[in-house]
Ligand binder design. Sequence first.
Ligand SMILES: O=P(O)(O)OC[C@H]1O[C@H](O[C@H]2O[C@H](CO)[C@@H](O)[C@H](O)[C@H]2O)[C@H](O)[C@@H](O)[C@@H]1O
Length: 383
Amino acid sequence: MAQTSVVVPEVGMAAAACPCPGPLFPYPPPRAGAGMAVRRKCLRAAQAELGAGLLNGLVESMRASSPTHARAAAALAAGVDEEHDAWMARHPSALGKFEEIVAASKGKQIVMFLDYDGTLSPIVNDPDAAFMSDTMRMAVRSVAKQFPTAIVSGRCRDKVFEFVKLAELYYAGSHGMDIKGPAKSSAGHAKSNSKAKGVLFQPASEFLPMIEQVNQRLIEETKHVPGAKVENNKFCVSVHFRNVDEKGWAAVAETVKSVVREYPKLRVTQGRMVFEVRPTIKWDKGKALEFLLESLGYADCADVLPVYIGDDRTDEDAFKALRRRGQGIGILVSKHPKETSASFSLQEPAEVMEFLLRLVEWKQLAKARLRLRRRADAAVAAA
Ligand SMILES: O=P(O)(O)OC[C@H]1O[C@H](O[C@H]2O[C@H](CO)[C@@H](O)[C@H](O)[C@H]2O)[C@H](O)[C@@H](O)[C@@H]1O
């Protein structure tokens, strides 16, 4: 699924009304010049056309990011959901297809990529209380003993580390814009020629002052909307509307748009009842996945199988990266049909944990079998 940029509904209007194509907040960032002046004029025209209709479209999209949106609720009430069944046929359960998945890893190094919110921890109303269970932590720790493992999150790296608390993992915070290798050495999964040791990559560091400024502006300008919450994620800012009454959603959307409009080098995407304000640089969770694979020594390698598990729209960039590579397993965590580039699905974090534990068990068994076979071969050779 393409990331939904808050500005997208306006783009159609702008394109129809003027000869200058491209999104309201152009990507990559615009350069000054005559073309820029035309573009600005077009943008002003497009903005003038912004009416209740467009805002309603945006509110529809906000509604769709709620799990209780009308279609799902109606399907549940009816007790049958053909759409769900058809979707499951296209994105079967990763637990149901476990044997197929591990068979695909034959002769390859599995590298695990895990999103945090909605994947390792359940979605809760208070973003500061999205704790991970101890059993999930144990499962992730066990996985990291077997495979190189990275947490890829929209949250800032420090905050996601506070939740996960595992020093042996790679962390990519701020939607991949803040990458750090393990503080504690992991079980030597990286290739010997890799650059994984001590890796630290922050492609958006020049945006820090701007993000800080926008964070303050958004706090100030949303403070009159009950329930709205602004979260500083270091290289991006989240504006949550989960606890805002639906009648106030349009106000949140309008506020975010009007603030970001002043910063052409920032763009807005939408997650689960949250707006994500981020730099326009060509960097996302998919690029972070590529970067980490390269750091581990697995760039352009046939002998690696990246497995990415995530629940959010921003995880789609990683699913798409796997499709581009023609390599790897994308697993979407969702109970409801969603447009996705992932191949498989899991319903909720509890299923993610089961999947991780099965992977660990399978790997331990495979290692034990190999040891036995080697011992048997040695015994035969010695006889
Ligand atoms: O990439 P992720 O690790 O999935 O982070 C995406 C956003 O997750 C958090 O917000 C989401 O989870 C909250 C807690 O369950 C929930 O209250 C909120 O509605 C969700 O959107 C986090 O707070 C954001 O900063 C992340 O960008």
